[in-house]
Design a protein around this ligand. Structure first.
Ligand code: TPP
Length: 290
């Protein structure tokens, strides 16, 4: 099979995002136009004069890939082109925060755009600042572990619920450890009439403080603990099969693989945060009847 995102890029060895992005573009190529928001994926794959992309690809600003995609969608409609797909790729900073308003507009207009968020739970490209997607308790550049502070004290936005509230007909979640699952979901998104949203937890070697060797394992544990389940909704109804072994593993097994959560396991007050994280996983397992 051709790789439409080549290996001549500057991503960190073991980067979950690049692995997921290659899977996504390969599932859609060659009839796809990629709109990329500023972020790690963009700067690691388009170092002048080389482009790592084997499909039409356009840069957009941090906050406006949805608007650029809408423009492309209008042109394709005008030309009567129903074959070419439009793929937006953006990090969680772009999706959950700065580009959120434009994304909401795209969804309300029901543009047939496949939107993939590579969720590494930080603004990685600019130095690991926290985003609206950062997980409770995670150490980031803007949520340090200092004094009483035990990392990020906020709550990760539930973007799947927000997409569902917009009546997005295809909504799914996966991680960079489940590439077959991701391929299947992207193909379903491509066959959807209207917008689709796929969120992929993508392990970040320097941002999470995870070893290259553990990159895939960590992204797998996120699902196996129920903290980041493999979900799929068609017209608002959960249809997915969460393909992980049962019983679910303890959230601690996921936390222990990453430096960003190390303080939770070392400091006595961390016990409370770990309990809260376990509750998030347990609540999701219950909510989605996993
Ligand atoms: C309006 C604006 N504000 C800030 C920036 C700087 N900036 C570029 S990429 C980025 C972070 C990207 O984070 P995310 O979307 O999560 O992608 P990641 O790098 O983590 O893959 C920031 C803050 C910018 N380019 N434009």
């Amino acid at each position: 099979m051709n790789n439409y995102l080549d290996f001549n890029n500057t991503a960190c060895p073991g980067c979950g995002q690049i692995l997921a992005a290659r899977t996504v573009v390969n599932a859609l190529a060659p009839d796809v136009i990629v709109v990329n928001a500023t972020g790690c994926l963009e700067i690691t794959t388009t170092r002048w004069p080389h482009s790592s992309w084997g499909v039409p690809w356009i840069h957009s600003l941090f906050g406006n890939p949805s608007s650029v995609a809408s423009g492309i969608s209008a042109v394709l409609r005008h030309r009567g082109d129903t074959k070419t797909k439009i793929l937006v790729q953006a990090g969680d900073g772009s999706t959950f925060d700065i580009g959120f308003g434009a994304l909401s507009g795209l969804w309300s207009r029901r543009e047939a755009v496949i939107y993939v968020c590579y969720d590494n739970e930080i603004y990685a490209n600019t130095g690991m600042q926290s985003s609206g997607s950062t997980r409770l308790g995670a150490r980031t550049a803007t949520s340090p572990v200092i004094g009483e502070a035990l990392g990020f004290s906020g709550h990760k936005k539930d973007m799947l619920a927000i997409a569902l509230a917009h009546n997005v007909p295809y909504v799914a979640q996966s991680t960079s450890a489940y590439l077959d699952d991701l391929t299947a979901k992207i193909k379903k998104a491509a066959a959807t009439d209207g917008p689709s949203y796929i969120q992929v937890l993508s392990s970040c070697i320097p941002g999470w403080g995870v070893t290259v060797k553990d990159s895939v394992n960590t992204a797998r544990l996120a699902a196996e603990t129920g903290l980041y389940p493999l979900l799929e909704f068609v017209n608002g109804v959960e249809v997915g099969r969460h393909k992980v072994p049962r019983p679910f593993k303890s959230v601690k097994e996921y936390l222990i693989t990453q430096n960003r959560f190390k303080h939770l396991l070392e400091k006595p007050a961390g016990v409370v945060v770990i309990k809260d994280l376990q509750k998030i996983a347990d609540d999701q397992i219950r909510k989605y009847k996993l």
